[in-house]
Design a protein around this ligand. Structure first.
Ligand code: SF4
Length: 185
């Protein structure tokens, strides 16, 4: 059974990787996160996911060339989705389900399910819909009990741990906004 595990960043990947590799699950990591702003942050999160992948000796597949501008300029979320997060989850779950189906994986999952700050039930529902659309299994796993453990493990191996969700709106809303902007300089 091979799983394709969508990952939003290194720290969120740590606990799911610990759990799944501990069970002997065959899996690859999958990067597709065009929501992340700006390019510097996108590069930084991808690089740190690479460190997490190396730590567990897991292959990392990148299927995104930072198309954030195109992503937001489409503004389809204003017409087709109730909220920006609905669109953000939808396009990422669509990408991982499609890639898993087209490349012979048995199932897919996402590290977004580790975070208590994400809309867990909504992500699971969207992922299940995409599984049906692409005829591949969505393996639902509630990783949230291991969130703190994963963050501690990320700190131990020196991963960058971001202080905003990812898009420009979440950056602007962050109480760490000014500090984050300084980190881009
Ligand atoms: S807040 Fe997070 S989930 Fe919502 S649109 Fe921004 S990056 Fe995506």
């Amino acid at each position: 059974m091979a799983m394709l595990l969508h990952a939003c960043c290194g720290p969120c990947a740590m606990y799911p990787l610990e759990l799944l590799t501990g069970k002997g699950e065959s899996l690859d990591l999958f990067w597709y996160n065009p929501n992340i702003h700006p390019q510097f942050e996108w590069d930084r999160r991808l690089a740190n996911l690479g460190l997490a992948a190396d730590h567990y000796k897991i292959r990392l597949i990148k299927d995104d060339d930072h198309c954030e501008q195109e992503y937001w300029e489409s503004k389809t979320y204003l017409k087709e989705y109730e909220t920006r997060c609905d669109m953000c989850y939808d396009i990422r779950m669509d990408a991982v389900a499609r890639y898993a189906s087209e490349n012979g994986y048995d199932s897919f999952c996402t590290t977004l399910l580790v975070s208590p700050y994400q809309q867990h039930e909504k992500i699971a529902k969207i992922a299940q819909d995409k599984a049906s659309k692409y005829n591949v299994d969505f393996e639902y796993i509630d990783f949230r009990p291991g969130f703190r453990q994963g963050q501690d493990m990320a700190r131990q191996i020196g991963l960058y741990r971001q202080k905003f969700c990812g898009c420009i709106f979440s950056l602007e809303e962050s109480k760490f906004r000014d500090k984050i902007y300084r980190s881009f300089e």
